[in-house]
Write a protein that binds this ligand. Sequence first.
Ligand SMILES: *[C@@H]1O[C@H](CO)[C@@H](O)[C@H](O)[C@H]1NC(C)=O
Ligand SMILES: *[C@@H]1O[C@H](CO)[C@@H](O)[C@H](O)[C@H]1NC(C)=O
Ligand SMILES: *[C@@H]1O[C@H](CO)[C@@H](O)[C@H](O)[C@H]1NC(C)=O
Ligand SMILES: *[C@@H]1O[C@H](CO)[C@@H](O)[C@H](O)[C@H]1NC(C)=O
Ligand SMILES: *[C@@H]1O[C@H](CO)[C@@H](O)[C@H](O)[C@H]1NC(C)=O
Ligand SMILES: *[C@@H]1O[C@H](CO)[C@@H](O)[C@H](O)[C@H]1NC(C)=O
Ligand SMILES: *[C@@H]1O[C@H](CO)[C@@H](O)[C@H](O)[C@H]1NC(C)=O
Ligand SMILES: *[C@@H]1O[C@H](CO)[C@@H](O)[C@H](O)[C@H]1NC(C)=O
Ligand SMILES: *[C@@H]1O[C@H](CO)[C@@H](O)[C@H](O)[C@H]1NC(C)=O
Length: 896
Amino acid sequence: MKSPTSLVLLLSACSAFAAFPISSVPRKSNLPTVANKFIVEVNDVANIPTAKRSLASPHELLYAHLKTRDVSFHVTKEFKAEGLFVGAAITLENPQDAISLQDAPGVTAIRPVRMFDSPKPVFKHVVTGPDDPAIPPDSESTHILTGVDKLHAQGILGSGIKIGIIDTGIDYTHPFLGGAIGPGNKIIGGFDFVGDNYTGLNTPMPDDDPLDQCNGHGTHVAGIIGCNPGNPFNISGVAYEASITSYRVFGCTGSVTDDVLVDALLTGFKDGQDILTMSLGGADGWTESSSAVVSSRLAGLGKVITIAAGNDGASGSWYTSSPGNAINAISVASLDNTVIPLQNATVNGAQHDPITYFDTFPLPVTSELPIFATSNSTTVVDDACNPLPDTTPDLSDKLVIIRRGTCTFAQKVANAAAKGAQVALIYDNGSGFAAIDVGANFTAALIQAADGEFLVQEFVAGAPVTISFPQSGGSTNFPDPSGGLISSFTSYGPSNDFFFKPAVAAPGGNILSTLPVPLGSFGVESGTSMATPFTAASAALILSVKGKSADVAKGVRSLLESTGQRVASSHTDGDPLQTVTQQGAGLVNVFNAVHAETLVSPTELIVNDTAHAVPVQKFTIKNTGSTSKKYTLSHVPAGTALTVQAGTIFPADGPVPLTDAPASVSVSPSSFSLRPGASQTVTATIAGPHGLDASTFPVYSGFIEITDGSQNFHVTYLGLVGSLIDKQVVDDTDIFFGVPIPTILDSQGNVQAGPVNYTFVGLDLPTLLWRQAFGTPRVVVDLVDPNIQVNTSLNTRADGSNKIVFTFPQPHKAGTFSQVPTLGSILEIDFLSRNNEDPTGNGFNTFDVVTPTFANGTTIPNGLYRLLFRALKITGDATNEDDYEVYLSPIIGVNA
Ligand SMILES: *[C@@H]1O[C@H](CO)[C@@H](O)[C@H](O)[C@H]1NC(C)=O
Ligand SMILES: *[C@@H]1O[C@H](CO)[C@@H](O)[C@H](O)[C@H]1NC(C)=O
Ligand SMILES: *[C@@H]1O[C@H](CO)[C@@H](O)[C@H](O)[C@H]1NC(C)=O
Ligand SMILES: *[C@@H]1O[C@H](CO)[C@@H](O)[C@H](O)[C@H]1NC(C)=O
Ligand SMILES: *[C@@H]1O[C@H](CO)[C@@H](O)[C@H](O)[C@H]1NC(C)=O
Ligand SMILES: *[C@@H]1O[C@H](CO)[C@@H](O)[C@H](O)[C@H]1NC(C)=O
Ligand SMILES: *[C@@H]1O[C@H](CO)[C@@H](O)[C@H](O)[C@H]1NC(C)=O
Ligand SMILES: *[C@@H]1O[C@H](CO)[C@@H](O)[C@H](O)[C@H]1NC(C)=O
Ligand SMILES: *[C@@H]1O[C@H](CO)[C@@H](O)[C@H](O)[C@H]1NC(C)=O
C-alpha cells in the first residue's frame, strides 16, 4: 500500500530503539558534508596589505597560493560581498590538500559544504475544489489567531516591501500569484540557481527563470505570503501586496548545498530584498554552517531573515535546524491549525455513523468487506501479537479488526497477513488517533477505540456487517485535538551553544495555500516550512507600517517576541506552558507587534548552563506611546523540559517530557510609570528549579509578563540546570547496534575484534562507526602507535583480545593524555550534530579511511597503527585533553 501521509508518524512503543543490524550499515562515509568541498572565507580587499593588494584580488591570492603548492582544485563559486562575505567554494581533487587551504594567505575560515534536504512537508493534500471537505473551513483562522485579519481590515497588506523566497521556485503562472513574472507583477523577478535536474549531488545549471511546476513547495510558501484574495477558497496571503522575488535553489527533487544557499542569500542582499525567507534546512544543533553564518550577518546588517526551525520534533531537544540556527535570524516554530482532513469508511448492515480512519486519502479498497475480529475481547492487551490460531479462517476477503497494544502495528498485520489478510483497521487502546506505518505490503489505518469496540461487538454477535471505503466523497474534517498547540513535529532547541531557537511560532500545521497549476493549484500542507513564510510576511506588515530602515528591521524579532502569545503544552487545564525550546517566545501576534506602544529590549534572557550562568539579566522598557503608562511585571513559568532520558546518555524523544517545576524569578522594579518617550531598565534575577534529576539536563524557561493595563508584552528566559561540559557526547553503549560503539568495521562490514591488515584496495579498508548522543564542537581522529603509552585503562581495551572493552568517557588524569604522541591526522570535523534514532536518517556516523595517507598528503608507511578518536564535550576547551571523550581502535595494519 501507499505509505500513509502522516501528521504524526505513530510508532508503536515497543518498536522504539530496537537494535539496528550492524551488517546493514552502508560501507560508505555518511557525514552530512560534501567530500573535498569547502567554503573558504578570505579577508576583504580592505584588509589585504596595500603592497599585495595592487597585485591581485583576495581570490587570486588564494588561487595563486594553491597553484604554488601543486594543488588540483576547481572553484565552483566566488563570493564577493565586501563587508559581508568574501570567499569561494572550492573543490579539491585530493582530500589531503585541505592543509594547503589552511595555510593560504588571507584565509579567515574554512567551512565544510553541508547538504540540506529539500523541505519535506509533514503533510500534503491537493484539494479538488471549493467543496473538498479536506479544506480547513477556517483556514483564515490562521489570520485571526495572529491578528493579521485586523491589519488587513486596516489596509495593511505589505505594499512596498520586497521579500525574497529561497526555495524550490514558484509557479508564477498561478492566477492568484499574479500569473506572470517581472516588474509590475506580484512576483517581480527571480533567478534559478540550479535547474530542474539539480539534486544537490550534481552540477547546478542556472538560468534566469525560477519557474517551478514540478515540486511545488515554493509555490505553497509564496501563497502563504502573497496569494491574492478573490479565489474560490477565500484565502489570502498574509502580505499579499508585498513584492516577491523567487530564488530557486532546489531542483525537482533532492537536496541543496551550502554554497548555493550562500549565493542565493548574497544575491538577495544585492537585489535589495527587505526580507529573505528560507523554508529549508537540516537538523544541526549548531550555529556555524556557512549559510547560517551568512544569514546571521545579513540580519545584523538590517535584513529580516526568517528560517524554518525544522520538523524533527520527534527526535527531541538540542536538534533545531541549520541554517535556522543562525544567531540573528528568526527561527520559526509551527502551530497546529484546528482541523485534520481525514477519511470516513461506511458501515453497512448495522446502524452506525461513518467511521473516521486516520488517512488523508481513501484506503485503496474498492470492495465491500465483511469484518473479522482477531479477538472477541475489546480489552485484550496483546491482540494479534502472536500467530493467529489454526482455527482462523482464510482472511483474504475480510477486513481484519485488531486492537492496538503491546507489539508493533507491523507485527500485528504480519500475523493477520499469514492468514491471507490484506486489509485491517486497528482500533486504539485508549484515546490515541494518528497515522500508523505497517510497511509497504499491507493496507491498514487506525480508528478510534469506540468504533473498534462497536465492530468487535457486532462481529461477536454475528451481525452481517460490512465496511466500504468510498474512493471519493469520504473526506471529513476531524477536529485536531492539538489545534492551537505547537505542532509536535516542530524541532526543539536550544542550540548546543545555548541560543534561543526557535524564536517564535506561527501557524504551520494544516495550511491551505497555492500549488503549481499542473499540481492542482491549491493544497493543504504542514510543516515549519509553512510557518516560516507566515512570519516573513508578518515582518513585511511591520516594515510597511514602521518603515524599512535597518533599525526597524533589526527590531522585528524583538517586536514579534515581545508581543508573542504564550502557547500551552496541552489542552488539559493545569498542564504547564509549552517549553520555550519548542514554542520560542510564543505565537506571533502581528497586530500587537505593529501597534505596540512599548518597546522591550532585549527580549531573550539567556541564562545559559550552570557553569556559564548569567543569572542576573537586564532589559529596558520604553514607552513609545503618547500618554503616560503604568507598567506591572510578573513571572509566568513555562514547562521545564527534561531533555535527556533519566539515567541514560540519550536525549528524550519528542514530545519532550515537561515538569512544572518552575524557575524562581525576581524582577526589580516590578511596577513603575513611564512618561511618553521615557524608559526604565529592569533587573531580573533568575534561578533554575531545584530538586530535579541532573541526569535529565532540565532546560527551564518562561516569561516575564509586562502589562500596561491595555497591552501585554513579555521577555522570555531560558536556562539549563547543570552544565553541558558534564554531558557525555559519544554513544558508548550497545543499544543502537547490539554491539558496543564506537568501533571499526572491517572489509566485510563486521566489527573488527583483533588486529587486521588492510590493503586499501576496493572495500578492504577500515570504517569508523560511531554515534553522537549529543553534538560536539570538534571530532579529531589521529593515527597513533599501536603500543601507545597511555594509562592502563586505555591499554586494556582492544589489544588483540576478542573482547573489546570500552571504558570511556576516558577517566584519564589531567595532562597524561596530552603526552600521547600522534603520528598524523586522519579526520577533523567541527560542529558535528548529534545523531537521532533513525537508522535510515541521521542514526549514526561512518567514516571510511579510503587511502592510507595522512591529512597532509604524506603516505602512511606500511605498519601497525591504531586510530585515536576524540570528541570534545560542549563548552570544552579544545586544548585540554580532559575535555575530550576518547576511543582507541584495535590495531589497524596498513598493508598497501
Ligand atoms: C534533465 O534530465 C533529463 C533526463 O535525464 C534530460 O532529458 C534533460 O535534457 C536534462 N535537462 C537539462 C537542462 O540538462
Ligand atoms: C467564500 O466567501 C463567500 C462570501 O463570503 C461565501 O459565499 C463562500 O461560501 C465562501 N467559500 C468558501 C469555499 O468558503
Ligand atoms: C465522518 O464521520 C464522522 C463520525 O461518524 C461524522 O461525524 C462526520 O459527519 C462524517 N463526515 C462526513 C463528511 O461524512
Ligand atoms: C496502548 O498500547 C501502547 C503500545 O503497546 C501502550 O504503550 C499503551 O500503554 C497502551 N495504552 C493503554 C491505555 O493501554
Ligand atoms: C512486499 O511484497 C513484494 C512482492 O510480494 C516483495 O517482493 C517484498 O519483499 C515485500 N516487501 C516487504 C517489506 O515485505
Ligand atoms: C468469537 O465470536 C465469533 C462470532 O460469534 C465466534 O464464532 C468465535 O467462536 C468466537 N471466538 C472465540 C475464541 O470465542
Ligand atoms: C553559553 O555559554 C557558552 C560557554 O561560555 C558560550 O560559548 C555560548 O556562546 C553561550 N551562549 C549564549 C547564547 O550566550
Ligand atoms: C599484518 O601484517 C604484518 C606485517 O606488516 C604482520 O606481521 C602481521 O602478522 C599481519 N597481521 C595479520 C592479522 O595478518
Ligand atoms: C605529514 O605528516 C606526517 C605525520 O605527521 C609527517 O611524518 C610528515 O613529515 C608530514 N609531511 C609533510 C610534507 O609535512
